[in-house]
Write a new protein. Structure first.
Length: 306
C-alpha cells in the first residue's frame, strides 16, 4: 500500500488547483456569514489556502519535494520505506556532479511509464566507466563470487543463525513461521559478500587468506584477493557507501555529453545504467539531501565516489 505521505506528495497540479478553487469559494461564502464561528472558519481556510499554495505551487515544483524509497537498490545508503527530501533548486545553478544521489525520470528503456528512479551519479559526459568483477586466486586457480560463496556457505547460501544475523534484514508480515527472525522482528537474509585485499568478508565475518585456502582444500597455498571495483577514466573509485562488490563485468562505456551514468549503491540488486545505459541529465528532478522519516533513519545523504 502506498504511504499516505507519498500519495500527498504525488497529488497532481490539476487536483491542487481544484482544491484551492473549492476552498476559496467556501471561504468567500463563510466571510458573508454574520456568525462569528463561521467567520473564524473563513480565517482558518485562508491560512489553509496560503499553506497549500506555498507548498504545492512554489516549494514542490521549484525548491524541495519529498519522495518515498520503494526498494532496496540504494542500500545501505537508503532503506526501503525511507522518506527523503529532494533539493530541486540546486541543479538550476550547476549540473549534477559525480557522487550525487539523484532522483530522475527514468528513460523508457528502464521504465515504460518513466517513473521516478533514485541512483548515484558515477559518470558525467566524457567519463569512461568500467566494472570489473572481484575474484580470489588460490595457487593460481580463480574463484569468482558463486564459488566463493559455495565454500563459505556450503549449504547453498543458507547460512547459520549467527551468519544470518550478521547479514541484512527484511521486514516480514508475521505469517512466515519458518522464516528466521532477526532483531526487531525482521527476517534475516544471507550476509553480503565483500572482498578486500587482505580478507574475504561474509557479513561481519572476516575470512583471512589462510582460512580461505584451507576452505578450498589447499592449506598453505598462496592466496591473492582482488576486490570487485568500478573504474572511472581508468581510476578505481573508493566507494565506502556500496553494499558489496559488483558481481559482474562491464566493458568500458563512454558517457555521451550532457548525459549521466548512474548506479545503485546496492550494486548487485539494482536496475541502473549498466543495464540500460546513460540518460540525459535534463531528466534529473533533483538531489537527495535528507532522510527525514522514519526518525530513526534521520540523516544527510552524502555524496561520494570522487
Amino acid at each position: 500500500m502506498t504511504p499516505i505521505t507519498d500519495r500527498i506528495a504525488g497529488v497532481s497540479l490539476t487536483t491542487v488547483v481544484l482544491i484551492l478553487a473549492l476552498l476559496t469559494a467556501a471561504r468567500a461564502w463563510l466571510v458573508q456569514s454574520r456568525a462569528p464561528v463561521l467567520r473564524s472558519c473563513a480565517d482558518f481556510l485562508e491560512s489553509v489556502v496560503l499553506a497549500i499554495t506555498l507548498v504545492f505551487l512554489l516549494l514542490r515544483p521549484f525548491v524541495v519535494q519529498s519522495f518515498f524509497i520503494p526498494s532496496g537498490s540504494m542500500l545501505p545508503t537508503l532503506r526501503e520505506g525511507d522518506h527523503i527530501l529532494v533539493n530541486k533548486w540546486v541543479y538550476r545553478m550547476a549540473p549534477p556532479g559525480r557522487g550525487d544521489v539523484v532522483v530522475f525520470r527514468a528513460p523508457r528503456q528502464a521504465s515504460a511509464d518513466e517513473k521516478d528512479f533514485i541512483k548515484r551519479v558515477i559518470g558525467v559526459g566524457g567519463d569512461v566507466i568500467q566494472v570489473a568483477e572481484g575474484f580470489v586466486t588460490v595457487d593460481g586457480q580463480t574463484y569468482t563470487r558463486d564459488r566463493i560463496e559455495s565454500f563459505l556457505l556450503p549449504d547453498g547460501r543458507t547460512p547459520s543463525v549467527d551468519e544470518q544475523l550478521g547479514g541484512s534484514a527484511r521486514p516480514v508480515d508475521g505469517t512466515d513461521d519458518d522464516v528466521l527472525l532477526g532483531p526487531d522482528g525482521f527476517a534475516a537474509e544471507p550476509p553480503r559478500l565483500r572482498l578486500t585485499t587482505d580478507a574475504v568478508w561474509i557479513g561481519e565475518r572476516r575470512v583471512n587468506p589462510e582460512e580461505f585456502a584451507a576452505k578450498v582444500g589447499k592449506p598453505g597455498a598462496k592466496v591473492v584477493i582482488q576486490p570487485g571495483r568500478v573504474l572511472r577514466n581508468g581510476e578505481v573509485l573508493i566507494e565506502p557507501y556500496a553494499a558489496e562488490d559488483p558481481a559482474y563485468h562491464m566493458d568500458p562505456q563512454t558517457v555521451p555529453a550532457g548525459q549521466l551514468f548512474v548506479m545503485g549503491d546496492n550494486r548487485n540488486d539494482s536496475l541502473d545504467s549498466r543495464v540500460w545505459g546513460p540518460f540525459p541529465a535534463r531528466r534529473v528532478v533533483g538531489r537527495a539531501d535528507l532522510v527525514f522519516w522514519p526518525p530513526s533513519h534521520l540523516k544527510r545523504v552524502r555524496s561520494g565516489g570522487h
